[in-house]
Design a protein around this ligand. Structure first.
Ligand SMILES: Cc1ncc(COP(=O)(O)O)c(C=O)c1O
Ligand SMILES: N[C@@H](CCOP(=O)(O)O)C(=O)O
Length: 481
């Protein structure tokens, strides 16, 4: 399998090369030359596989430059109930991402946050850590990861990479915008290969810095800069797997369809759902849920994509989705415009200059329905109501991001044909957002065993201005060349 850039001006490369490289040299994002198509016989054969075997079956279609035995061993090592151990009481830990039904097999929650940092990022990041280690060892190389987080990618990456030979992590986070638990998860790590930099700004400022560094070819090569955000195709590829698993757990046979509702910010999670659907997984609808930062809901409702600046980006109680410039959205638009890279370049010339684009009235917009998207958004009040309602009605505690998903799913389920189940992706555990949970139900969530004292540990973080040169200088000081 070869990978091409959404901007069309970089040579096609194999998986292991793009795994270490992140952004394409032309500033675009990598995608497979074409999506593998799943036959009905394959879908039938995959029903009932363990998560690790399913991951291997799917990922081996995308990763053709790692020997089959090695890739299988990496999947087996990654997807175990020991790694994904924070399962909800009563759920089957062997499913890795179990589905809990709220409403008679109609509305379900797929638990994606049972990994070490209690968010869905662990689903892909644990695999990425093992893939990095494998590829770097094969090549005798090292890598310096530069990432941006709004709360969950950072800790997931740091837990996946801590102590790994040849890997150093520089993680940018928005100063003061994450929850106390999220800050403690990252900043309490004392490992020598982990550096936390809190940027005076929002996530989008941090992500812009990551992209600017990645677009400086000479710096990137000299300091061996790699990516762990979902701009890295490896992240998206690994996320495809749980859509298949969710489908199998939510249905009895492969003639059925499922709708997924996905709490969204950077468009990485739902992008994986889009690709699963393009591969032939019977997904009736992909429903995108945003918080008050509703740029993506605006696009799917109007055809206008208008990323917003820091001043227009709200600090909300689902902070990991406080994103106004969704990097993965470019991958979807590449497909929507018929994989016309020149068109993507034209649209992103506007976006990169701080502008917007409007596809309404174009042939692309006329085609949008065939991709199966719907969308909605949620507010702080909605979030509190949803958390309270799910707690009172079902005795289940959900986090603030999942609550955004449940709120939108409840609106959209009315539009689905009977017999199609709606699965909301549960993207984090409530313990990460204790303050809002207390506001919603009047009591604090119970932190998982072993994590009760996390917030009392000493923290190590450097606060910096949102300036690419400051970040480059920091890397130069801490990396030997
Ligand atoms: C808990 C949680 N939910 C939802 C999202 C949104 O996912 P994505 O950015 O892939 O759209 C994030 C961050 O990405 C997150 O951390
Ligand atoms: N919500 C994310 C933001 C980064 O998203 P990514 O999936 O592109 O890494 C976070 O929690 O950090």
């Amino acid at each position: 399998m070869r990978y091409i850039s959404t901007r069309g001006q970089s040579p096609a490369q194999g998986f292991c090369d793009i795994l270490l490289g992140g952004l394409a040299p032309d500033g675009g994002l990598y995608l497979p030359e074409s999506y593998p198509q799943i036959t009905r016989a394959e879908l039938d054969a995959w029903r009932g596989l363990s998560y690790a075997d399913l991951a291997y079956a799917i990922l081996s279609k995308f990763i053709t430059d790692i020997p089959a035995g090695d890739l299988k061993a990496i999947c087996q090592k990654t997807y175990t109930p020991q790694v994904y151990c924070y399962t909800r009481a009563g759920s089957n830990a062997n499913d890795i991402t179990p589905v809990t039904w709220l409403n008679q097999n109609r509305l379900g929650l797929q638990e994606l946050s049972n990994g070490p940092t209690l968010a869905f990022k662990d689903m892909a990041m644990q695999l990425l850590g093992n893939l990095f280690e494998y590829v770097l060892k094969q090549r005798g190389e090292s890598i310096n990861i530069l990432g941006a987080t709004s709360g969950d990618t950072g800790s997931a990456a740091e837990y996946a990479m801590r102590g790994k030979d040849g890997v150093t992590v520089f993680m940018l986070s928005p100063d003061g915008k994450m929850s106390a638990f999220q800050r403690a998860q990252m900043y309490s790590l004392q490992d020598e290969n982990i550096y936390n930099l809190a940027v005076r700004g929002m996530f989008d400022d941090a992500q812009d810095i990551v992209k600017a560094v990645s677009n400086d070819a000479a710096f990137k090569a000299k300091y061996r800069i790699g990516a762990v955000n979902s701009i890295n195709w490896g992240r998206v590829a690994a996320q495809i797997v749980y859509y298949f698993q969710g489908y199998f757990l939510a249905t009895q046979h492969n003639d059925q369809q499922v709708a997924f509702c996905v709490p969204s910010g950077n468009f990485g999670n739902i992008c994986a759902g889009h690709i699963a659907r393009q591969m032939g997984l019977p997904i009736a609808k992909l429903i995108l849920a945003t918080n008050e930062n509703n740029v993506l809901d605006e696009f799917f409702s109007t055809g206008v994509y208008r990323p917003r600046g820091t001043a227009e980006t709200h600090v909300t109680s689902s902070p990991s989705m406080d994103i106004s410039k969704a990097s993965n959205f470019e991958r979807f638009i590449f497909d929507l415009v018929g994989r016309d890279a020149a068109k993507v370049r034209e649209l992103w010339a506007k976006v990169d200059a701080g502008g917007a684009f409007d596809l309404n009235g174009t042939p692309y917009w006329a085609d949008i329905a065939k991709y199966g998207f719907a969308s909605g958004s949620s507010t702080h009040a909605d979030r509190l109501n949803t958390i309270r309602e799910v707690w009172v009605q079902y005795q289940l505690l959900i986090d603030t991001h999942t609550a955004d998903g449940v709120k939108v799913a409840q609106e959209q389920i009315k539009l689905l044909p009977e017999g199609i189940a709606m699965v909301v992706l549960e993207t984090a555990q409530p313990a990460k957002f204790a303050e809002t949970i207390q506001e919603a139900i009047g009591q604090l969530p119970q932190p998982p065993k072993g994590l009760e004292h996390l917030e009392t540990l000493p923290q190590r973080v450097e606060v910096i201005d949102p300036d690419v040169n400051v970040v480059k200088a920091f890397i130069q000081q801490h990396v030997a060349v």
